[in-house]
Design a protein around this ligand. Sequence first.
Ligand SMILES: *Cc1c(COP(=O)(O)O)cnc(C)c1O
Length: 395
Amino acid sequence: MNARLKAYLESEIGTLKAKGIFRLPRVLQTAAGPRVRMDGRDIIQLSSNNYLGLTTHPRLVAAARQAVEEFGAGPGAVRTIAGTMSLHLELESRLARFKSTEAALVFQSGYTANVGVVSTLMQEGDLIVSDELNHASIIDGCRLCKADRAIYRHLDYDHLRDVLKTARQTSTRKILVVADGVFSMDGDVPDLGSIRALCREYDAIAMVDDAHGTGVMGTNGRGTVDHFGLKDDWDIQIGTMSKAFGVMGGYVCCPRLLVDFYVHKARPFLFSSSHPPAVVAACVAAVDVMETEPELNARLWENTRFFKDGLRRLGFNTGSSVTPITPVIIGSGAKAARFSHELFERGVFAQGIFFPMVAEEKSRLRTIVMATHTRPDLEEALGAFEAVGRSLGVI
Ligand SMILES: *Cc1c(COP(=O)(O)O)cnc(C)c1O
């Protein structure tokens, strides 16, 4: 290895180790589900985004298998050359219908969807106005274009108004207001009605990243725009198919004109190959399941209420969550890491979240219940939280 490179890497890795945050990912030895085998131990999973348990749903698995038989293992090209199969178009029309938008476009992941959608639309002289806790992929989309950026305080619409007012006084440029639909660290939700009204008032484009909202919020899991009753009264909805959909991929649901624009200009769409048939077919099946098995969404919310109430009754600080993402705020990073480790020893996996993901003194475990957790699973998990919480003096 180049000596300079070696010295650089050793110093970087050394810093991580000194801070106690150098970690290799835990390894799953079974399919993703509510109970899994991980690092050689049988555990209750509280850290996956598999909200509805669709990763192993028989309809998705069957659809993937059939698509492999019929269409093969891979697409063979990027979408705009020879990699658009009828399956891709079917998925896009299903997504548009599900989200009540004119059109939809699929990207390889939620990450590339955000990067492509934001950076392609916004030009030098434009302005992106972003909630301070927005996801990294939105931030990276902002970094990849020359538009100006303004950050508003988390969920603070007075601040958002001030930013928009100032921006609009001086300019006829495009302004994009963007927020996560459900914030992934706190499980709180922005008031899209207020954001919509401000966008109207100041002639701004409204964008939401519903990665954690789809499958969870709104009728049949149609997302936060549906939850707030805004339906087609919203410009750009981003989503991922790697969370509640249980598969992989990202999408934008929006007017046809915008899809036509992205098909010709969005670099992640143009310069990276399309999804394999199995992925696309499983995603179509996931939309089917959301439309026809609303009981999964209902069970997700029942489990959410049960688990959140249980944690609160035990005396844990669960922050401001209103969704199945429930943070358990512990305090210092070291204590949260210890808590997570001891929980794992008791057969429960809840990932610790530390600085810089959240403020150091708000280090936490992040829990996400699934529709497919049973009541005994959740009772057992609460028992483990209680035992560790008492032994570490958190409750
Ligand atoms: C997970 C997530 C993404 C990225 O989605 P992938 O499909 O995993 O790339 C984007 N935005 C938000 C808010 C997310 O939580």
